[in-house]
Design a protein around this ligand. Structure first.
Ligand code: SAM
Length: 324
């Protein structure tokens, strides 16, 4: 069976947040007063198995485990194994990489296929400032480990923020030259509501980042995009890897959205860019959870809006609580 929403979009991808906890505190993502515990009712391995089972009945093709930081959840390998046992082939994580080297082999053995690594900067001081204390050497180790284990493609995510990392564009783009790394520049989304004026000052359009790269390397070669993936892909002439631009603010990709999101507190979100979410905790407790979850997923899909709202607006959750 295939699942389509009311706008004819095929829903085949899931972002599954397994914890609200994170071991970094990125300035643009993680409020300092963020609760660092997993409250009772946080999604369990059994819940993950049931939810993926229900999504699978509806045609799920890929799942990305995220958070918070998914690697702080010790049950992550079991969750990945559950996905594999259900026949899901495309199993990915989005991680900051801090714990990856230590856990990589176990994750691969469980069924992990590929990863997105957050790396906003290659310069240690800039990285430390943006992540409030993170060590960029751990990201390098994570990249090496992924290559050693054959986990790929390895995509790097850099959220571009004026006054923080605009000087990192070229060093980041350079990473794609001689390694099969896919460096993706993300537009900063206004999810923390705190200060719209500051947000406007800090926002950098993807087109500006692309211009900086082309001024340095010359015109980029356009590559074929996966229509349901958010990145527009290019190659620096002669490079092994690629550069990509994810522009949710200036060029929203809602018309190709193929995703649902489940938060670690069991709220089903039809759209990242609205506050719309459905509390589906009841469905996990139902006598027949699979049936109840299928119903819940159908309702959420029915509520998927045609477009999200990319304007600065008051939001109830930031990324660390939704799962990117
Ligand atoms: N802890 C993991 C990590 O660091 O990759 C996974 C969770 S993190 C919320 C997922 C992605 O969301 C990261 O690549 C992060 O850079 C991105 N993100 C967080 N806040 C964002 C924002 N306001 N705008 C754009 N991207 C954001």
């Amino acid at each position: 069976m295939k699942l389509f929403d009311n706008y004819g979009r095929l829903i085949k991808d899931l972002r599954l947040s397994v914890t609200p906890r994170c071991n970094l505190h990125c300035l643009y993502c993680h409020p300092l007063d963020w609760e660092m515990t997993e409250p009772p009712g946080t999604i369990s391995v059994e819940d993950v198995r049931n939810f993926l089972g229900a999504m699978r009945l509806l045609g799920l093709e890929s799942v990305r485990f995220t958070g918070g930081e998914p690697l702080v959840r010790k049950e992550l390998p079991e969750m990945i194994a559950a996905a594999r046992e259900l026949g899901i082939e495309d199993i990915a994580i989005t991680t900051n990489g801090m714990l990856f080297k230590r856990k990589a082999k176990e994750l691969k053995d469980a069924g992990l296929k590929r990863m997105n690594l957050s790396m906003d900067s290659v310069t240690p001081e800039v990285f430390r400032t943006m992540t409030r204390g993170g060590d960029v050497r751990r990201v390098w180790e994570a990249i090496e480990t992924a290559f050693e284990l054959g986990l790929g493609p390895v995509k790097l995510n850099a959220v571009m923020i004026r006054g923080m990392n605009e000087g990192e564009v070229i060093p980041l783009a350079l990473l794609s030259l001689d390694k099969p790394l896919h460096v993706r520049f993300l537009e900063y989304m206004h999810l923390d509501n705190s200060n719209p004026e500051l947000y406007r000052q800090r926002f950098i359009a993807g087109s500006e980042t692309k211009t900086v790269i082309e001024r340095h390397f010359g015109p980029l070669e356009k590559l074929e995009d996966d229509p349901s993936a958010p990145a527009r892909l290019y190659r620096i002439p002669g490079a092994v890897g690629t550069v990509g631009f994810i522009n949710p603010v200036m060029e929203p990709f809602c018309s190709n959205c193929s995703r649902l999101r489940l938060t670690s507190d069991k709220k089903l979100r039809p759209c990242l860019l609205t506050d719309l979410e459905m509390d589906i905790a009841w469905a996990f407790e139902a006598p027949n959870p699979l049936e109840a979850l299928v119903d819940a997923i159908l309702i959420a899909t029915d509520r998927k809006p045609a477009f999200g709202n990319t304007l600065p607006t008051l939001r109830e959750r930031v990324m660390v609580g939704i799962g990117g």
